[in-house]
Design a protein around this ligand. Structure first.
Ligand code: FE
Length: 292
């Protein structure tokens, strides 16, 4: 069993998106353009409504999945095919945009602070145009386990100690864990060899990638840790607790043509998508799907 060592530690870039939502971006930047299959990773959080209240008004997606995980506050969601709802603190929404969706995402707070994450996962060529699908899982249906030292892991996707996550049947075979470790504890999680793996530290600090031969990297919040290949991720805390997301996925290794919220395999597919938008034919009516 080879411990995954740290490839790099990335400081998120502060940027703004949508109609003016301030956020910290750590995948989808010049520093880290793509961590196959992950296209984008944003952390939004503020106690000042002007940082997020303008939200993300109606916009399209095609060829990807968007994964919204809220820590506190909420996001009201509404789309072109009649879905609507609210993603609240602790809830996850795993949306497969597939062939196309138009939606709006409007954050608001519940108790002072609004904080959450959005991850974009690329779809393989065979599922780029699949029927849109939602997996909305409320907080109380996300499995949570406790291991030695009162380390708590919420299992959004993937399997930990035989417990399966809330979200399933995703092309990238992902795991998505929210891990809380008290001070002076350790955590180990097997991961698939060859998969891309990152951790995002959003509270406290911890040491990542430790094995018998090296001392590991001390990583404070807020940083993204990208791992080298291996079989297991190891994390240890010293005098501080930590909370981080641990995410892995199978690389697609396919050609990519990317234009904002559209991610396809060829420039021609992007061109056609833009033509559909211009002519008012996006998203095309949903047809029954047999590729899944
Ligand atoms: Fe969106």
């Amino acid at each position: 069993m080879q411990t995954r060592n740290v490839l790099k530690v990335i400081e998120p870039q502060t940027t703004s998106d949508g109609a003016g939502v301030r956020l910290k971006r750590s995948i989808g930047t010049r520093t880290l353009d793509y961590l196959d299959p992950f296209l984008l990773f944003d952390h939004f959080g503020s106690d000042a409504p002007e940082d997020y209240i303008a939200g993300f008004p109606m916009h399209p997606h095609r060829g990807i999945e968007t994964v919204t995980y809220m820590i506190s506050g909420a996001v009201d969601h509404r789309d072109s095919i009649g879905n609507a709802g609210t993603i609240e603190g602790g809830d996850i929404q795993w949306m497969t945009a597939g062939g196309g969706i138009m939606h709006e995402e409007m954050p608001h707070r519940s108790d002072g602070v609004m904080e959450g994450f959005q991850l974009w996962v690329n779809l393989p060529a065979r599922l780029k145009m699949t029927t849109p699908r939602y997996q909305n899982v409320p907080s109380d249906q996300i499995p949570e386990i406790e291991t030695e030292g009162a380390v708590r892991t919420r299992i959004i996707a993937g399997t930990v100690n035989g417990v399966r996550g809330a979200v399933s049947e995703i092309a990238a075979d992902p795991s998505y864990l929210d891990v809380s470790m008290p001070a002076g504890t350790s955590f180990e999680q097997p991961v698939e060899r060859g998969h891309s793996v990152f951790a995002y530290v959003f509270d406290g600090a911890a040491r990542f990638g430790t094995d018998e031969n090296q001392t590991g990297h001390n990583v404070p919040a807020t940083r993204l840790v990208v791992f080298k290949d291996g079989d297991v991720v190891r994390v240890e805390t010293d005098d501080k607790p930590v909370r981080f997301l641990l995410v892995s996925g199978k690389p697609l290794e396919e050609p990519m043509a990317r234009y904002g919220p559209f991610v396809m395999n060829t420039e021609e597919e992007i061109y056609h998508t833009i033509q559909e938008i211009r002519s008012g034919n996006f998203p095309a009516p949903v047809v029954p799907d047999e590729t899944r």
